[in-house]
Design a protein around this ligand. Structure first.
Ligand code: SDX
Length: 423
């Protein structure tokens, strides 16, 4: 199967076929418009490949997710988030020396310029931390102005190291507490948890259960091929905008409730159901009624039409973490009942709607004392190495071009201008 044929207006055209390392087949239509004058239309890009990539593989039917060939379950069980970040960005799991060097760089660059802390004073305490994260990410370029053609690794390290500090500072400012500086003898996850939970007036004890759970959560969110925010990063990066601006755009795309913002919406939905007498069947029925405008948040996926392997791991992690912490969260019970009812209901079965990565993650964040409006920030911290990896892969591809899709115009045909007295 090395070509595909298209017949348009009685004429036959042939296009090359690309087959990936996992057997995925793509019809290369790069010459379609030049040959036929026509373009394709694919609302939501569900059938359109934007690029070839060697970073992440998903099989939606089999529920497979691999980062650079490693199964997500293996990475979540055995790796640290920093190791997975190295794998995604540089292509390989680091050996001991490489990991030590990478960790040292991330530690050394964890602080933000002291003057950047003044930016936070301009935000109201009610500012959503995703708005702060996106603007602070772009603002890093004002302190570390990228120079075209320079080695981008220093910016990659700075962004990875500083984004967790920016996120923690946003949280502390929102609750009126003093910001906590990073501590160099702590790991990435322990440092972040300390920066959001410690207060100057008392000793902070790292909770190793939380650290282990956060590592797993960030790994599970680290990449997911051409999802909405990663595609945004590729589109913005294709104009050769700098890394900070590109990631800032990815943060904004992730914020939407249909994407990364769903983890916050899931918790709000579970709270709504709990306050409504835990009447979860009522909400399942609402989700089936098109006119209700209600969706079961945390359910459904464009690619997974079987199960999201991350949701399976997160559901198990929920039980583990809450059990170890001795927490009995009624929202977890409601979530499990919602899943059970939905998975046995023909509406969800026919549409292949299963829990996705956002369905259980918030319950674990809650158990770690992370507030609901920070959940999507946590998603962004996890997804950051994936975004960077795709930006880097595209930047290093000499054949990459500015992303500029076409359209089929359906507006008014040509007409003459009328002076206002004649309109
Ligand atoms: C993420 O792409 C990625 O990889 C994303 C992500 C990643 O790691 O980057 O996995 C992270 O974004 C996960 C998704 C988080 N979003 C949500 O949980 C929001 C709720 N889910 C939906 O909005 C929806 O399922 C999407 C956005 C996830 C997928 O949308 P699609 O692929 O465009 O599917 P669709 O909206 O066309 O739905 C198909 C049918 C429709 O019904 P019919 O018109 O066929 O009758 O299923 C229905 C939809 O109405 N449907 C739902 C539903 N999701 C889809 N009905 C009720 N509740 C839902 N959650």
């Amino acid at each position: 199967m090395d070509t595909a044929k298209l017949i348009l207006a009685g004429k036959e055209y042939e296009f090359p076929v690309v087959v990936g390392s996992e057997g995925e087949v793509g019809i290369d239509i790069t010459t379609l418009r030049a040959k036929t004058g026509a373009i394709t239309l694919d609302s939501g890009y569900g059938n359109t490949g934007s690029c070839k990539s060697s970073i992440c593989f998903i099989d939606g039917e089999q529920g497979i997710l691999r980062y650079r060939g490693y199964e997500i379950a293996d990475l979540a069980e055995h790796a640290s988030f920093v190791e997975v970040a190295h794998l995604l960005i540089y292509g390989e799991l680091p050996n001991k020396d490489q990991l030590a060097t990478f960790r040292e760089k991330l530690t050394r660059h964890s602080m933000i310029h002291e003057d950047m802390k003044k930016f936070y004073e301009g935000y109201p305490p009610t500012a959503h931390p995703m708005a702060v994260l996106s603007s602070m990410a772009a603002s890093l370029s004002t302190y570390y102005p990228p120079v075209p053609g320079e080695d981008s690794d220093q910016h990659i390290i700075r962004l990875l190291a500083k984004t967790k500090t920016i996120a923690a500072y946003a949280y502390k400012k929102s609750i009126g507490q003093p910001t906590i500086y990073p501590q160099n003898d702590l790991s990435y996850c322990a440092n972040f948890l300390r920066m959001i939970h410690a207060v100057p007036c008392e000793e902070y004890q790292v909770n190793e259960l939380w650290v282990k759970a956060l590592n797993k959560l960030l790994i599970l969110h680290a990449d997911h091929e051409q999802n909405c925010s990663t595609s945004t990063v590729r589109i913005v990066g294709s104009s050769q905008a700098n890394l900070y601006a590109t990631i800032s755009a990815g943060i904004c795309a992730l914020w939407g409730p249909l994407h990364g913002g769903a983890n916050q919406s899931v918790l709000e939905m579970l709270e709504q159901i709990r306050s409504d007498g835990a009447n979860y069947k009522k909400y399942v029925d609402m989700a089936k009624d098109k006119n209700s405008g209600f969706k079961l948040m945390g359910f459904g996926h464009r690619v997974y039409k079987n199960f999201d392997p991350r949701a399976t791991i997160l559901k198990k992690t929920c039980d583990e973490v809450l059990g170890q912490l001795g927490i009995n969260d009624p929202l977890l019970d409601i979530a499990k009942k919602l899943e059970e009812v939905a998975l046995n209901d023909s509406f969800f079965i026919e549409r292949k709607l299963y829990p996705n990565v956002d369905f259980y993650s918030g319950i674990i964040y809650r158990a770690m004392g992370i507030p609901t409006n920070m959940f999507t920030v946590m998603f962004a911290l996890g997804r950051l190495p994936g975004w960077i990896a795709h930006w880097k892969e595209q930047n290093e591809d000499s054949g990459s071009r500015i992303n500029r899709p076409r359209q089929v115009y359906t507006g008014p045909t040509v007409r003459s201008f009328l002076p206002i007295e004649k309109r």
